[in-house]
Design a protein around this ligand. Sequence first.
Ligand SMILES: Nc1nc2c(c(=O)[nH]1)N[C@H]1C(S)=C(S)[C@@H](COP(=O)(O)OP(=O)(O)OC[C@H]3O[C@@H](n4cnc5c(=O)[nH]c(N)nc54)[C@H](O)[C@@H]3O)O[C@H]1N2
Ligand SMILES: Nc1nc2c(c(=O)[nH]1)N[C@H]1C(S)=C(S)[C@@H](COP(=O)(O)OP(=O)(O)OC[C@H]3O[C@@H](n4cnc5c(=O)[nH]c(N)nc54)[C@H](O)[C@@H]3O)O[C@H]1N2
Ligand SMILES: [Mo]
Length: 679
Amino acid sequence: MEDGRAVELRGDPDHPLTSGGLCAKVNSYLEDRLYSPDRVLHPLRRTGPKGAGEFERVSWDEALDAITSRLRRVISESGSEAVLPYSYMGTQGMVNGMSMDRRFFALLGASRLERTICGDTGQAGYAATMGTSMGIDPEEIVHSRLILLWGTNTVTTNLHLWPLVLRAQRENGAKVVVIDPVRTRTADRADQHVQPMPGTDAALALGMMHVIVDEALFDEEYVEQHTLGFEELRERLLDYPPGRVARLTGLGEQEIVDLARDYATIRPSLIRSLVGMEHRANGAMTFRAIACLPALTGAWRDRGGGLTGLVGGFMRSSLRMDRLSMPELEDLSLREINMMQLGRALTDATMDPPVRALFVYSSNPATTAPAQNLIREGLARADLFTVVHEQFLTDTAHYADYVLPATTQAEQLDLMYSWGHAYLALNQPAVQPQGEAVSNSELFRRLAERLGLDHPALRESDEEIIRSVLDSEHPYLDGITFERLASTGWMKLRLPEDPRPYADGGFPTPSGRVEFVSASMASLGLDPLPAYEPAGESVASDPDLGERFPLALISAKHGLHFLNSSYGGSSRHVAREKGPWLDISTADAELRSISDGDLVVAYNDRGRIELRARVNDRVRRGVVSTPSGWWGSANATGQSVNALTPDGVTTLGRGGDFHDALVEVARVAPDLSSGPGDP
Ligand SMILES: Nc1nc2c(c(=O)[nH]1)N[C@H]1C(S)=C(S)[C@@H](COP(=O)(O)OP(=O)(O)OC[C@H]3O[C@@H](n4cnc5c(=O)[nH]c(N)nc54)[C@H](O)[C@@H]3O)O[C@H]1N2
Ligand SMILES: Nc1nc2c(c(=O)[nH]1)N[C@H]1C(S)=C(S)[C@@H](COP(=O)(O)OP(=O)(O)OC[C@H]3O[C@@H](n4cnc5c(=O)[nH]c(N)nc54)[C@H](O)[C@@H]3O)O[C@H]1N2
Ligand SMILES: [Mo]
């Protein structure tokens, strides 16, 4: 800081996980975010048509009066469920992400939002097998000798784990295998890249188990003592010989056999996943099948062996999470709307009551949620009142009746949660809020007061909330206090001495064992055994659709400079990403007379976007890949990739299926203003 102005941002060199390293996204946070000339610094009122992004500055008083009187009217005419909050984790903090806002909408009696866009499906799949999604501490990866980065792009999305992977390679000679339909930056750096067709990983896992059982490479004692249903599993595995799995996954038969042998014999072996495979109709079953592997081989016995995925459970199980949202305030009889289906909720004429007021904060659904064109249609409704609390004029904000300015991390107090590691951090404000920006928690305190909502839960300060969240007897929090966090910035949870949580079994399933056979799956009407089902929207499951749209589209987080859609509107980050591109195989490009660098359109019945083709073999024939995060306003079509994605919700985990998207791709002839896929 110099004279009240932040002049430099750096990581803490003593932090064991980051060693002070910052990622490409936040390296220039001060210029690109805190002091960005594009920031929203004052309340704005819409002056042009919805979507045009034309606004005028108004005072906070004026904005709050207009918002509260509109909310009152909507509630008195249509009931409180006509109000819908929409948020995700744009502010990665606990106070601003899930406390005052949740209390406010609960006390208002608004429709409840199912916030399941990230992690829920995969975690539900793991839990169906092992009772939890929590594996080992990711830092234990340094002890592994075989690392399967399964559907996760570590170098891009989880940069701080990568040095530990390299350390395992250097110190233990670890072999690093990436399993991903796309040859990612991570795959480029791995010892081996296994490239299955999208959505076929459950078949791969079952095929590996087939080989492991067939060649008696499994851990008989571990299976006997700590698993349930081995005989039924063995029978199921007969359906997955390597020959059939090779056909299902597009992999070589020998490749599958070798991977299985490596997995069973190179120890410790660790499977690392995050969310890449979950955004599919069969996503939960994929994670369930994968979670069977370490139980079969007894990988959990070894230090650095087993599974490690999202580890938010470390914090969820030890912090007083109930002191954040205060679930007791919520009326569970009020309707729930899934965040994947915002478009449907805003356009479905049978909704009773219809959504008449939408309050968006910490999220940019017009870019990040599937079925984008349906969302836009909903947001454009003249009778919908939309408020967006934001730092920038996102594609969602363009539709707002009122945009309210939000603070950034540098201006607000928060307790930082993590699902990637076990360090808690206290984020202390460095600078005064810029302009008239307010934090999320402050916004909802102000709104509550204006609306005359008089509940003590709506008056707590940020610091009071943090202190009560930390006020836990859980052993992980032993010695972790507000004061100590304030002086050190971060502290690691006190995880148990033995870093092998399931070395001696003790899984939190109904049976206490890893459930190859699951009665809870059966009771949901689902297959009690792990199985492969073709992806939801795929050539295999819908040949007619596959005829028209033969390419499986993956739109994952391949942009190094975007955090979901954050920074997608920043000219500097956009320039660094070198334009929205589409990776297409040489074979598919030839078939469509597409050359490297050509402008192409990717389209289906839901939408169309323009991209620059990169003809290469980063994807296989039948697959195309483009980074998510780009804003539609930056595309010639006004749409971005989620215009092409479906908005289904998975049975288990209630997550999205937006990676199950079929498209066709065509070259855009330079002399045509319109082309294939035009609505
Ligand atoms: N740079 C950057 N970092 C980020 C983010 C970002 O937007 N940008 N977002 C953050 C967030 S919110 C999250 S949740 C994490 C997610 O972290 P990851 O899970 O690592 O990220 P994703 O890009 O969603 O998916 C990882 C990989 O899954 C692959 N994949 C897709 N379908 C399949 C499949 O069927 N099988 C297999 N085996 N692989 C498949 C994709 O090609 C992709 O390379 O990243 C975080 N980090
Ligand atoms: N096609 C496709 N779609 C995806 C994914 C994918 O891989 N492919 N990934 C999915 C995943 S894993 C996730 S997590 C979601 C994420 O989707 P979103 O939650 O919508 O994530 P962001 O795009 O980063 O939007 C967060 C917004 O919050 C704003 N913000 C940041 N801090 C604050 C704050 O303190 N207060 C307020 N009010 N606003 C703030 C930012 O400016 C930003 O516009 O996207 C999902 N969508
Ligand atoms: Mo996410």
